[in-house]
Design a protein around this ligand. Structure first.
Ligand code: NOJ
Length: 515
């Protein structure tokens, strides 16, 4: 038996940037609802929406002040109920973004926690005395730069924050915290939400070094504390109380460590996010083959893989590898074994918009890191000035030129949009391409190839050949002797014809049904 989240493709919506309906320049839930026809037409099976909960928006929603309500910027709880109902009517699923590692400093729990050393919620967060000679307890750095410890004058202690000082970390060793947070999951599951993308989930277990005064300034063992696994099992047990829910965890670790988050009994996360393709420094047949091979080799038996090309924290795929190779990358994403997650706008080839520093909004950038605004610009729905995104002033500049928009590309048979849609359609129609096996045929020069096949012997088999270079390339030997029918090319999604082992054109990827 396979699950919907194995067969289907997930689409990430950054809600601020998807569709505004009230003219405030920020996307909202009503906007997503109004675009469900598009998402259904595109052929995605589920949407993951970055946080829409009540929040002061210090980190644009990753600082939650109420886990059980929608921020008025995005709409109301009943808008969300309507969205869930409409998606379900269409056979689509909705995933919310659960942020368990930290709350907003405006969350009532933290407001109470910092009110006095004796407050009810004091030990829901991580408080420490100053180091013996004064100053922060140790040199731990926040992932957003600067000390991870914030001095709180009224109560004379420091609190710990992995990210902004407005995002104090919860103490997950505290049973009351666990109970409260697991109940948040139940609250949304009961409302019909189909699962969660779980923010920095491996940071929930801190480890003893947090209390070490002479600890160096790095998060050395961060995210790999053995104590993390029982916590993952607790999250999973809550999901298991309901039918067919999915937990996808945000974890930035190499394959061999990442896969431990499936759990030895497959009793932890359904899908620890695999960022292998997103993190590649070089885009070559060799590096891609290695990323895919290393991950597949690390996968425990019966665990299900997944792949990601872009998200709201990393530069867009078009900006990393160019538009022509981004098409090849989409073919890779949508034909590998494992659940693909698409980042909104990648299907029309949106690129990073270089935003002048004076207009930066992302706190990571404003504190001296790399800004993430570039990859968060508004979705362009049509060729008009404001792209059909808003009637007001967009919260970030539109940036993308006309042509990188849905309306234009819908009518172009060779557009990026046409390619992504055709790939999704083929993937959905062919079990070999969604739940089938994967066999590596290796790489040669700039080309790589693999086979996807249905599990039952004698069933349909597909050959995927990709040229990661901008010159023609011969196929790997194991692929050149195979014969079949070309179903799609990255150069033209409609291209069909016999396949007789020919070379690949520059930037060409092919999906071939084998004889
Ligand atoms: C990871 C999220 O993807 C990122 O956008 C956010 O800033 C941090 N976690 C903190 O929640």
């Amino acid at each position: 038996m396979t699950h919907w989240w194995q067969r289907g493709a997930i689409y990430q919506i950054y809600p601020r940037s998807f569709q505004d309906t009230n003219g405030d320049g920020v996307g909202d839930l009503a906007g997503i609802l109004g675009r469900l026809d598009y998402l259904e037409w595109l052929g995605v099976d589920a949407c993951w929406i970055s946080p829409i909960f009540r929040s002061p928006m210090a980190d644009f929603g990753y600082d939650v002040a109420d886990y059980r309500d929608v921020d008025p910027l995005f709409g109301t709880l009943s808008d969300l109920d309507e969205l869930i109902a409409d998606m379900h009517r269409r056979g689509m699923r909705l995933l919310l973004d659960f942020v368990p590692n930290h709350t907003s400093s405006a969350h009532p729990w933290f407001v109470d926690s910092r009110s006095s050393r004796d407050s009810e919620h004091r030990d829901w967060y991580i408080w420490r005395d100053p180091a013996p000679g004064g100053g922060p307890p140790n040199k731990f750095q926040s992932l957003f730069l600067g000390s991870a410890w914030e001095w709180d004058e009224p109560t004379g202690q420091y609190y710990f924050h992995s990210f902004l000082r407005e995002q104090p970390d919860l103490d997950w060793t505290n049973a009351a915290v666990r109970t409260a947070m697991l109940d948040v999951m139940r609250f949304w599951f009961r409302r019909g939400v189909d699962g969660f993308r779980v923010d920095v989930v491996n940071l929930l277990a801190k480890g003893p070094e947090l209390a070490t005064p002479d600890h160096p300034d790095e998060h050395l063992a961060w995210g790999q504390e053995p104590a993390i696994h029982p916590l993952m099992r607790e999250l999973r047990a809550v999901a298991n109380e309901f039918d067919d829910k999915v937990l996808i965890g945000e974890i930035w670790l190499p394959p061999t460590e990442l896969v431990t988050f499936y759990g030895t009994e497959l009793d932890e996360l359904h899908l620890p996010f695999n960022f292998g393709l997103l993190e590649l420094e070089e885009w070559t047949a060799e590096t891609v083959c290695k990323a895919v091979g290393d991950y597949e080799a690390a996968m425990p038996a019966k665990a299900w893989p997944n792949w990601v090309l872009g998200n709201h924290d990393r530069h867009r795929v078009v900006s990393r590898i160019g538009e022509r190779q981004a098409r090849v990358a989409q073919m890779l994403l949508l034909t590998l074994r494992g659940t693909p997650t698409l980042y909104y706008g990648d299907e029309i080839g949106m690129f990073d918009v270089e935003i002048p520093r004076s207009q930066w909004r992302d706190p990571q950038g404003l504190r001296g890191g790399d800004t993430r605004d570039d990859e968060r610009t508004p979705m362009r729905w049509d060729a008009s000035e404001l792209g059909g995104f808003t009637t007001g002033t967009p919260w970030l500049p539109m940036g993308q030129p006309a042509g990188i928009d849905v309306a234009t590309q819908r009518d172009e048979p060779t557009s990026m949009l046409a390619l992504v849609r055709s790939l999704l359609e083929l993937r959905r129609a062919e079990p070999a391409l969604n739940v089938g096996t994967w066999t590596d045929l290796g790489h040669a020069g700039t080309a790589l190839a693999y086979i996807r096949a249905e599990v039952a012997p004698g069933e349909r088999r597909f050959l995927v050949c990709l040229n990661l270079g901008d010159k023609p390339a011969a196929l790997p030997a194991a692929a050149s002797s195979l014969r079949g029918t070309i179903l799609m090319s990255t150069l033209d999604p409609q291209r069909r014809g016999p396949f007789e082992g020919r070379d690949l054109a520059a930037d060409e990827g092919l999906v071939i049904r084998l004889d």
